[in-house]
Design a protein around this ligand. Structure first.
Ligand code: NHF
Length: 402
């Protein structure tokens, strides 16, 4: 599990199974996992990879050469796609007699398997786009990966993406608008339930970070990478602290920016107000963090959907979210009016982030109400059962050509 895509897979598969469907999953093997097992009624396949590191450079383009040591990852993805398709076609279908109705592949990571599996079997193929290369790299990125994304979208019979801003962005980049359907992500609402949280756990967590009950805890959870806007959040802190000295920010997550964040905190001399924990904590502990905080902030510069914010919203937290550019937050964080659940800011602009956080801190009663409305919204639209049912509806349309 390294992020939203894993959370999606972990939740959608059981939801599909509970609605009476059979699901076979192909996923990567880190070398320690079983190559096949049944988990929660799901047929899980993890072909064991071989190291093709020495082979790939022989036939590589300039673009891939620029990946440097990252080429090991590209190599693993390629081999995983080939092995998965081989096992799917030769073992599951030809040998074991499985009869599939549809193939789905998710992001460029499994797009090549989707293309090959469709060509081999003639089955309908839906390509799910949870993010794009140009978005993740903020308009840079690898030509090879973009080519894989585009080709997969062309070969696919249907495309599902995770938010309306993503749909617009794909169309803007020349993806066929008739093929694209939006299906949001969901939340296991009974697990993310503020009423199930023990007060001692929240209090314990706050005291771990040295946050008293009079102080306000702001929480950031996520990968510590450029697009998540976390550096701009740290830069916003002096302005926030000058108006609200009772504030402490907790940054929870891992990533390549750990060092820069620590350095910035030192330079700004705000170490007593910003607590970092560079870990990927288990889900139970993440839920306790949501429960313990007063407000949640996700100032992303690019966010196709943003499951993490939905998790915090299910835990009744008011939100400050980056909503400029391609941001799925716009689909579920309501920024004004009687249904307001949070505030939209420009994640590129520290002053705007500070403004958003300060506005919530100035009216904590109002912010609490936003949190409550957020939970209601999650229950109404974002349960995995609803998301699975919509996914199946789209798959059925693709199968019947409707
Ligand atoms: O929530 C699952 C996740 C999204 O915004 C997230 C992302 C990758 O960037 O759909 O996929």
């Amino acid at each position: 599990m390294v992020g939203g895509l894993g959370t999606y897979a972990e939740n959608i598969c059981p939801a599909l199974v509970s609605q009476g469907h059979d699901v076979s999953v192909f996923t990567m093997n880190d070398g320690t996992l079983k190559t096949r097992e049944t988990l929660k009624g799901i047929d899980v396949n993890r072909p064991m990879l071989v190291d093709g590191g020495g082979i790939l450079p022989l036939c590589m383009t300039e673009d891939l050469r620029r990946w440097g040591t990252g080429i090991k990852f590209f190599n693993d993805v390629l081999i995983y796609n080939i092995l998965s398709t081989t096992k799917f076609v030769n073992q599951l279908i030809k040998k074991e007699g499985y009869k599939f109705d549809i193939i789905s592949a998710h992001d460029w990571l499994s797009a090549m398997a989707g293309i090959m599996a469709k060509r081999e079997t003639g089955l309908p193929f839906v390509f799910h786009l949870h993010s794009t290369e140009w978005g993740r790299a903020l308009n840079g990125g690898s030509q090879t990966v973009m080519h894989i994304e585009k080709t997969s979208a062309e070969v696919a019979d249907g495309i599902i993406t995770v938010s309306y801003p993503m749909q617009e962005d794909l169309i803007r980049h020349g993806f066929s608008s008739d093929k694209i359907k939006v299906c949001w992500n969901g939340i296991p609402v009974s697990k993310y339930d503020p009423n199930k949280l023990l007060k001692e756990d929240s209090a314990g967590l706050r005291s771990r970070y040295g946050i008293s009950s009079e102080e306000r805890m702001i929480l950031f959870v996520g990968r510590l990478t450029g697009v998540k806007g976390v550096v701009n959040l740290v830069k916003a802190m002096p302005t926030i602290i000058s108006k609200h000295p009772e504030v402490k920010l907790v940054i929870l997550g891992k990533g390549e920016l750990e060092r820069s964040i620590s350095d910035l905190i030192n330079v700004l001399k705000i170490g007593d107000r910003v607590k970092t924990r560079f870990e990927f904590v288990p889900e139970k502990e993440r839920i306790a963090h949501y429960g313990a905080c007063d407000l949640f902030v996700a100032p992303s510069l690019y966010e196709p959907f943003g499951i993490i914010a939905l998790e915090a919203m299910a835990m009744e937290k008011p939100m400050v979210v980056g909503a400029r550019g391609t941001s799925g937050f716009r689909d579920f964080v309501i920024p004004s009016g009687p249904d307001q659940t949070g505030i939209h800011v420009d994640g590129n602009n520290s002053a705007d982030i500070a403004w958003g956080i300060n506005s919530l801190l100035e009216d904590l009663g109002g912010a609490k109400e936003m949190g409550k409305r957020g939970r209601i919204r999650v229950e109404q639209y974002f349960t995995w059962d609803k998301i699975a049912a919509r996914t199946i509806g789209i798959y059925e349309d693709v199968i019947t050509g409707g």
